[in-house]
Design a binder for this molecule. Sequence first.
Ligand SMILES: [Zn+2]
Length: 314
Amino acid sequence: MGLFDFLKKPKQKSLEQQNEEYLAMRDEEERRLNAAYDFNSVAGIMAIPVPCREVNGDSATGRVEYYLRGRCFAQHWGAGRTELALACLRKANELMYVSDMIWKRDDFMRLVYYLRKAGRNDEADVEKKKIDAYFESKNIIRDSVTSSLSSAKELDSDLVEITNSGICCAECAKYRNRVYSISGRDKRFPALPAQFKPETFTYNHVCLSVWPFIYGVMEPSFECKNVIKYSNRPFVDDRTKEEIARYDAWRADMAEKAKREAEKAKRQEEYIWLEQNLPQDCPKSFSAYSRMKSGNTQGYQKLQQLAANMGRKI
Ligand SMILES: [Zn+2]
């Protein structure tokens, strides 16, 4: 080693090399997963416990549900092993319901999509209801508030603070950035509104978060000179013009996303119908179908006519 070698910059790895290392890591993750569980029989996949034992530490790509719904599913489905492929997605959904990773509705819906593709419409209906219920019940919000209340209890405090996570509606603005007394017995602070208490829980917005608080030990997360005085200020919508504009823009964005998701779901249903009823004329992939529909191409118009002749509007 030369005297000034330590001054040399470490060599930048080439993209190719980085890619190779990534693939090697994924292969190693896959090897460890297959050593822990049997992914090649329906009984083996069904036997994976929920929640399961993670074998790749904190890696997202090495998680059991990630592997099941990704590579493992694709290999079985691609090879025509429908039963194994569906078993992968069923188990993946079970694990996603209890995962500490956040999975989106679309991620859960992959199971419904492929059940329909395989002609299991009854099971698809059941799974879709389950997914809808999971996302509608707002379990996520309730659980996080409940866990903050029990943390406060563990810390031997009767106080929580309610903070605002960035976007805020008119209703939530009234409650944000205050310290509350859970029991209502600490008269220095307002009593925690019933909508946040486990026995009367109805809060279903995303604007506010609840955190345990200890007076005299913790600083509030919001800015104020006197936390007692500030927590007792009038309960009114005190958002600035900018905050209102940000909230309105977020709402518009969410509505747009919901519209796009609904359109995608509709197209997926159409595509499955085409695969089953017009296999000769159906495009090779869903994305090809989606593209021709967006472009309203001649091919699409022809397909539309064929479907109409069979009484199906696409
Ligand atoms: Zn709100």
